[in-house]
Design a protein around this ligand. Structure first.
Ligand SMILES: Cc1cc2nc3c(=O)[nH]c(=O)nc-3n(C[C@H](O)[C@H](O)[C@H](O)COP(=O)(O)OP(=O)(O)OC[C@H]3O[C@@H](n4cnc5c(N)ncnc54)[C@H](O)[C@@H]3O)c2cc1C
Length: 494
């Protein structure tokens, strides 16, 4: 049975995450002895001597050979993952689970512990990296042995005040420390959520002010630093119907604190040479998030190696125009920019908000339009990074988008060697696509939330609610897993 690993030669060369001096000199690797998150873990390795580089990368993204696809996954992990994915595809089960976790039963001592223990051993283990640095490190090492990398996100939610922002900030700093304690390149990105380090109300106020300035370019924003364009001509501005008041001195102080937090995270990522990827959120706060991202990219992205990456949600009608404008501005300023492309996770709430204000949804009218937008943006960015600086993360579970991008990347000569492109899927989702892309010669990461179960729970609940369609759509993966389990059973019996 072939064992996929990242060859040490490639690990040393990976640009995203390779410092000129050893990263780990003052940080001994964390003990891998504790049990990692078991989600599709590779089968135990006999001994390091047996490790060998993955077979020569094939040009095809193929799912036909399930034995090869899941070769690094133990049967126990396959069975477990298959069971969890089946459970999350059953709507009433998800409804009951989310009701239970939000119910008063969570305040009853004993019952709460029982519920948390059940969640910990099932969904948490499947979708998350671990509760602490040690279990997370072990999960990432196991992932690396399967030829994949980790994108670490401290699983916190939106913050409403400075205390919460500061606590979350410490969590993100800790994430960078955990990442740097691991072998170089085993963590591809550290994720940050601006909504967790800047109070939500301030992000809404800043977004209002930025929208108003887009309507009226003479409207002055004294706090605004250099930034790429945040809006395009077609960007909807319905969230802001009246001219907003300027930021109060207290709000300006809070903004400075939030900027300091973000700059400290950027600075630390520059030091340890791990890129920082900013997640995208609702359109009510996204202009402010883009402002944080672009103004920091101008300060921290140097050479042709972006440290700060932004996220573009291609389900938005104006996504392509905004991407072109931001990328062009970055080029003109000589700043290497990195983008993560996603379809977007807040479809229902976006549509509801627009309707409540009497406007049409900012989301593409049909899913085909969203697919086209994702694929067009992906093609545009692939050409861009193939011919110049910058980086691209294609965060998708969509097999067609994966195939199209893989074909185009091969055509352009983008693969593991030039490190411009990372494919990414959520931990515990679309394992077949992840392994398939890795076998086809690409860098692939799993997006891995970590932190204590209680802290990560609101994050998991939101994911479960917003991504209902996605969970139900895990059928392709389940089908391939069933096929491989059947094959292994037959092989064991006959
Ligand atoms: C690594 C990673 C990071 C992510 N980070 C973010 C992030 O920062 N911000 C964020 O918002 N999301 C993020 N997501 C979630 C992502 O936006 C999607 O919700 C999710 O990945 C499903 O899209 P897909 O590309 O996998 O495609 P598919 O599996 O094809 O899913 C398509 C989904 O798009 C929805 N959809 C979109 N447009 C339409 C439309 N016009 N009509 C009908 N349905 C439509 C449908 O609900 C459908 O379920 C991330 C996902 C991954 C894998």
């Amino acid at each position: 049975m072939a064992t996929r690993v990242i060859p040490p030669r490639i690990l040393r060369k990976l640009r995203y995450n390779t410092a000129t001096k050893p990263l780990n000199s003052s940080h001994p690797p964390l003990s891998p002895s504790l049990s990692p998150s078991p989600c599709l873990l590779p089968a135990p390795l006999p001994s390091p001597a047996v490790l060998r580089p993955s077979a020569a990368a094939s040009d095809d993204l193929s799912f036909r050979d399930v034995e090869k696809l899941f070769s690094s996954v133990s049967t126990t992990s396959l069975l477990r993952s298959s069971a969890v994915l089946h459970a999350t595809a059953v709507e009433p089960m998800v409804d009951f689970g989310t009701w239970l976790l939000r119910s008063n039963l969570m305040h009853v001592h004993g019952i709460r512990d029982l519920i948390l223990a059940t969640v910990r051993n099932t969904f948490f283990d499947h979708f998350c990296a671990g509760e602490d640095a040690i279990t997370t490190a072990a999960s990432i090492r196991h992932l690396n042995r399967a030829g994949l990398r980790g994108m670490l996100v401290y699983g916190v939610e939106d913050a409403n005040d400075n205390d919460a922002c500061h606590r979350n900030f410490k969590g993100f700093l800790h994430t960078i420390d955990v990442s740097r304690s691991l072998p170089p390149s085993s963590v591809s990105f550290v994720i940050v959520k601006i909504t967790a380090i800047c109070p939500m109300s301030l992000l809404e106020r800043m977004s209002d002010l930025l929208r108003w300035q887009h309507k009226d370019p003479c409207f002055s924003l004294p706090w605004k630093q250099d930034c790429f364009p945040i809006f395009s001509e077609s960007s909807p501005l319905y969230h802001t119907s009246n001219k907003p008041e300027p930021l109060t001195p207290e709000e300006e102080k809070d903004l400075q604190l939030a900027i300091q937090r973000f700059h400290e995270l950027c600075h630390k990522c520059v030091q340890v040479n791990i890129p920082l990827l900013v997640d995208a959120e609702h359109t009510s706060v996204q202009p402010a998030i883009d402002y944080f991202t672009y103004s920091s990219a101008i300060l921290h992205n140097k050479g042709d190696n972006p440290i700060v990456f932004g996220t573009m949600q291609t389900y938005l009608k104006d996504a392509k125009e905004r991407l072109l404008l931001a990328a062009e501005a970055a080029d003109n300023m000589g700043i290497p920019m990195g983008f993560k492309l996603v379809r977007g996770a807040y479809m229902s709430s976006e549509t509801k908000l627009a309707e409540s204000l009497g406007y049409s949804s900012p989301i593409h009218d049909t899913i085909e339009d969203t697919h086209k937008c994702f694929n067009d943006c992906s093609s545009f960015m692939l050409e861009k990074v193939a011919n110049g600086p910058g980086g691209l993360v294609l965060a998708t579970h969509n097999v067609e988008s994966g195939k199209l991008a893989a074909a185009k990347a091969h055509e352009l000569g983008i693969g593991k060697v030039n490190h411009k492109l990372e494919f990414a899927q959520l931990h515990g989702m679309s394992e077949a696509l992840s392994f398939g892309l890795s076998n086809a010669g690409f860098q692939v990461s799993k997006y891995m939330p970590f932190g204590p179960v209680e802290t990560v729970m609101p994050y998991l609940l939101r994911r479960a609610e917003e991504n209902r369609g996605m969970l139900a759509a895990s059928g392709f993966d389940r089908q391939l897993m069933r096929k491989e389990l059947g094959r292994r059973l037959k092989a064991a019996v006959f």
